[in-house]
Design a protein around this ligand. Structure first.
Ligand code: FAD
Length: 316
């Protein structure tokens, strides 16, 4: 049986996939300030301005060019180009040196789901992005999408790491498989972003219960913190942040051997508090026209965000 917030979550995730609803909402007088809280703007210059603002309080950034489910090759190339110009712009503003600003890439946005050669096209495109990042002195992290793409994404990351060992990858604690994936990934230099997971997944592959997801998150955290890699703890959950801090300490980790990550606009005071206490804190900044799917997922995670949004739709 579903509780009300679970029902809302499933409904929002269904709406997120419905293009008619998207068109309706995109034409509605949505308050710009609500969208802007989570998405600083449509252009790379907006993302770069957000980076500068975060750096003023010692926060790092990873930037996501919004757009997923790319349906043709030209679009995949356009997204790739957008990343390359973004990286060049970040480098020109001196945000890439030392990895203060890096990028996050969804393989589906650079062609993974194209028929026949999707995996090869995505790999070719993400390589172009990695080459630009290397020139600029920074890194790339590959986001994790729904479970049908997990194997392909991990395979692409293994391949990329032959040339670019600093490529990071996200793993999702809600999947049953992730503990084993963490064991495989906890090698020297391996940048691994642990998150709960944002997609609507069946019980055959994913824990459904919040408590089970949290327990899995802690098991994965332990493996990553005890391992030789570079854990990136992506959560706004205060309990998990405390546990991560304690596990890092008992593993004898230095402050620069792991980091916390949160989303732009979510718990900004906590972001600053962690940075002030000497932790590495990185903020995930999405930018671009395609804010709809992104915001729908964020709202699905958090019913109060949905209420904020609904209210902004009703008032002008
Ligand atoms: P939740 O379960 O959402 O929240 C737990 C607790 O955190 C709440 O009870 C509350 O105490 C606190 N909290 C949460 N939000 C707020 C708020 N707005 N204000 C105050 N308190 C709050 N998912 C993927 O599937 N693939 C990815 O590649 C991916 N990359 C990510 C990268 C980053 C940097 C981050 C932060 C998330 C990413 N996610 C990704 C999303 C992630 O999987 C979760 O869906 C999302 O982070 C929500 O889970 P949570 O751990 O923050 O905790």
């Amino acid at each position: 049986t579903m509780g009300p917030s679970e029902l809302l979550r499933k409904t929002l995730l269904t709406l997120a996939a419905d293009t008619r609803v998207r068109d309706l909402i995109e034409r509605a007088p949505v308050s710009r300030t609500v969208v802007r809280r989570y998405v600083p703007g449509a252009y790379d210059t907006d993302a770069v301005a957000a980076v500068a603002e975060l750096r003023a309080t010692d926060r790092r950034a990873t930037i996501d060019h919004l757009g997923e489910d790319t349906t043709d090759r030209a679009q995949a190339q356009a997204v790739t180009q957008a990343y390359v110009s973004l990286i060049d712009l970040l480098a020109a503003e001196e945000h890439t040196h030392g990895g203060w600003a890096e990028v996050s890439v969804k393989l589906s946005a650079v062609g993974q789901l194209l028929p026949d050669e999707g995996a090869a096209i995505a790999l070719e495109n993400v390589r172009i992005i990695c080459a630009a990042a290397e020139r600029a002195g920074t890194t790339v992290t590959v986001d994790m999408e729904d479970h049908t793409t997990t194997d392909a994404t991990l395979a692409a990351v293994r391949e990329l790491r032959r040339d670019y060992p600093w490529v990071g990858v996200a793993v999702q604690a809600y999947l049953h498989r992730t503990e084993a994936d963490c064991r495989d990934l906890a090698a020297a230099g391996s940048r691994v972003r642990l998150c709960k997971g944002a997609y609507n997944e069946p019980e055959t592959v994913a824990f459904q219960d919040d408590d089970e997801v949290d327990k899995s998150f802690v098991r994965c955290l332990r493996i990553l913190m005890d391992g030789a890699g570079y854990p990136m703890v992506a959560s706004h959950d205060p309990r998990l942040i405390d546990i991560a801090t304690a596990l890092a300490e008992s593993a004898g980790r230095a402050a620069d051997s792991f980091e916390f990550q949160m989303l732009y606009g979510i718990r900004p005071e906590e972001q600053r508090r962690l940075a002030d206490r000497g932790h590495r804190m990185r903020v995930y900044i999405p930018y671009g026209e395609e804010w709809y799917g992104y915001l729908m997922r964020r709202m699905a995670e958090r019913p109060t965000n949905a209420m904020l949004f609904v209210r902004s739709l009703l008032s002008r």
